[in-house]
Structure formats: C-alpha cells, structure tokens
Design a protein around this ligand. Structure first.
Ligand SMILES: [Fe+2]
Length: 395
C-alpha cells in the first residue's frame, strides 16, 4: 500500500482541523533532557567579543578553582518541567478544539512519561524517547514512541547501553559493522510490537557535522537496511523549510510517510502537529503503520523567522523564570559542568558564593537583551540565507 501524507498550514487552511477529533504532539523535550553546551563554542565565534570572554573565564577558573572548562561534558536542561511541557503541548491542541495526544521524547530517557503517568490528566501518556544512535560514520536521532509499558524501562536500558558501547567502539577502533547490524536488529525487534511507532527524526540534519555527503550516504544505507521498520520521516518544526522540503523529497524517493515533530526545547509549543480521528495513541500508530496515512498541520509560529525562533529557543537556556519551582528558576540552576573532581554540578553550585562573576553576568545580560532584538539574529540570517522561505507546499 502506498503512503498518503497530507500537509496543511494553519495560516492558509485553518479549517483543515474541522474533520478531525484529535491532535497529536510528537517529539518535544522537558527538563529531563540533557542538551550539550558545546554549541557555545560556535555561538561565541559569531558574536563579537564573546570568544575572548570565554577564554578569559576558562583560564581564571582553571587558575583559581582548578576547574577546567569542558564544554563537551557541560550541558543545560530545557526549562519546562514534564508537567508544564505536557500542558503547553496539550493546550495548543485544545485551542484547535481537538483532543490532545502528547508524546514526550526526551533524549535517551523515559523519566518524563514515567512521572506524568502518576498525574490523572496525563496517565495515558505513551512511553517514548528520542534515541541517539551512532550508525557508520554518522549519528541519527530516532523517535521511539509508545513502547509497551511492561518492557519500556528495560528497552530504555538496552538503548542506552547500545549507544554507550557503540560510541566507545568508535573511540577504540572497534568493529563498527557489528554495531550497525545490532542496531538494525534492535529496530526490527521494536517493530515486531504493533503498538510501537518508529520515526526518523530530522533525518537529513548532519547534527554531528560529519560532512553532508557522508551523512547522506549513511542515511540511504540505513533506510535501505531498515526498510518498512521505519514508519515515518519527520518534518521538524524547529528545522527550516528548505531542510523539510529535502526530507519530503527523500520520503517520495523511498516511499516513506511524513509525520510531524515539533522538537520543542523552550516555551513555544511544537510548530506542527498530526491530525487524526484516533481516540488513543495506539490507534494513531495503527493509522500510520497499517493504513499508512498521516496529516501534518503546521502551526502559525512556523511562519516566523527561523533564525529568530532558534535564537529564542536557545535563549531560554540563559533566562531566569521567577514563577518556576525553587531550584529551577535561575538559568544557572539548569546548566551543569564538571567540578574539580569531574562530578557534574549546577553552575550555581560552582560559582564563587553562588553568583556568576560580574563580567559573566554582564555578558549574559547583553546576550539576553540582544536576543529580543532582531538585529542579533542577523549573523545567523547571513549564514543561512533564505532557508525558511516557505514554498508552494506551505512549508
Ligand atoms: Fe533530535
């Protein structure tokens, strides 16, 4: 059976939702996700003066406190706690007069759905994650949704162990082909369970920067090896239109279905959702896997400048939210770095007297102010000219 993907946008076809009962939010992150801070190095290279400041604090912290700046291990956590993240996604769908089905996909963790199952309004939330997998010379992110409850924790452990071992094999010249084969076997095994939905998240994005041609070659090899075990390719709400058009082309070539995935990290809800008449997540999976039907609906925020949206999402990492729970209000409560013994600690714990050095505070203030100013997104705009020019398909 051929796949049938419908794509609409809320700005040109708001009534597209009228023939559906349910909206599905796929792929979003909560405070449980650990997001690498390695992007700070590249961000500093396009913001004048920040590189010198980074070096200055790196040296000072090494001399005074014996802490070596390690942006590869450092990470930040998205600001929204699982319950808040669920509500942000559910409310956007309810505003369309649809019943929400929300699948939360933190990086390599199912802690959020486990917590949310204890809350009556979200007790049916699927057990889902975004699994980071090394494959050949590159890395992919797989959206693994709706694992059977009884096996979900065990599956999460297996997925994490695979990623750790495959990553270590890369560092030690191990047998990478054996890991590639093992990955395909694991995906086939998940596919055996009819309720599981396997989505290839942002497939063409070379997020580990191995080179576009290498990534593309591995992507085709992977799609060939997995065949129908990958149920859909993702149109990502936080990636630009040019990349999503590329994914749509890939889906046509490989006869894959397209599906939504907002990839929310900050406060703005997912920029696309799936429309369905399914009453449960498992029914939705059946529609995708068996009927091979998917209706992706882009929300109004997708029309906004992509560079500005990326910048705002990143700025959430260094914004204080005074109405959040204590211990999660300040941005330095939510960013982590190894201490002198290599133990991960919040930056607030690492700062002398619990406060960022004055120069650093001034720099953060400058970046926050600048983020509200469209001019600061200009370097990003120059680096990616016109990438979010929306095409005839609506995205
Ligand atoms: Fe991802």
């Amino acid at each position: 059976m051929h796949s049938l993907t419908l794509i609409t946008t809320n700005w040109s076809e708001p009534l597209a939702v009228a023939s559906y009962t349910t909206g599905v939010s796929l792929h979003s992150h909560t405070s449980v996700s650990q997001e690498s801070l390695s992007f700070v190095k590249s961000a500093c290279s396009w913001m004048p003066g920040l590189n010198q400041m980074l070096q200055h604090y790196g040296q000072r912290s090494s001399q005074r406190h014996g802490i070596r700046l390690d942006l590869n291990r450092a990470y930040w956590c998205p600001p929204l706690l699982p319950r808040m993240a669920y509500d942000v996604e559910a409310r956007q769908i309810q505003r369309l007069w649809l019943t929400p089905l929300v699948s939360i996909t933190d990086h390599d963790s199912m802690e959020a759905p486990l917590l949310l199952r204890a809350v009556p309004s979200s007790r049916h939330i699927p057990m889902s994650t975004e699994w980071s997998v090394p494959y050949g010379a590159t890395w992919f992110h797989m959206g693994i949704h709706n694992l059977p409850s009884r096996d979900a924790v065990r599956w999460m452990e297996r997925m994490k162990r695979f990623t750790e071992e495959a990553d270590a094999a890369r560092a030690n010249n191990g047998d990478l082909e054996a890991f590639d084969r093992k990955l395909i076997e694991m995906i086939r095994e998940m596919h055996e369970s009819p309720q599981v939905l396997i989505v290839f998240n942002h497939p063409v994005w070379d997020l580990h920067r191995v080179g576009a041609a290498t990534h593309r070659k591995e992507l085709h090899r992977f799609l060939q090896a997995t065949g129908r075990c990958i149920h859909a390719l993702e149109l990502n709400g936080l990636r630009h239109a040019q990349e999503n058009r590329d994914v749509a082309q890939l889906a046509r070539e490989t006869d894959h279905l397209l599906i939504s995935g907002g990839d929310r990290h900050g406060l703005e809800p997912n920029a696309n959702v799936n429309l369905t008449t399914a009453a449960t997540f498992t029914e939705f999976v059946e529609e995708v896997r068996v009927d091979r039907r998917s209706h992706v609906h882009f929300m109004d925020q997708y029309q906004r400048r992509w560079e500005q949206r990326i910048l705002e999402s990143t700025l959430n990492a260094i914004t204080d939210f005074p109405n959040f729970l204590p211990g999660w209000q300040r941005w330095d409560d939510r960013a982590f770095h190894p201490d002198a013994n290599g133990e991960m600690r919040s930056l607030r714990e690492l700062w002398p007297d619990g406060d960022a050095p004055r120069g650093m505070r001034a720099a953060i203030h400058f970046v926050r102010m600048g983020g509200r100013n469209r001019a600061v997104a200009a370097p990003l705009r120059l680096a990616f000219p016109g990438v979010n020019r929306l095409g005839a398909e609506g995205f």
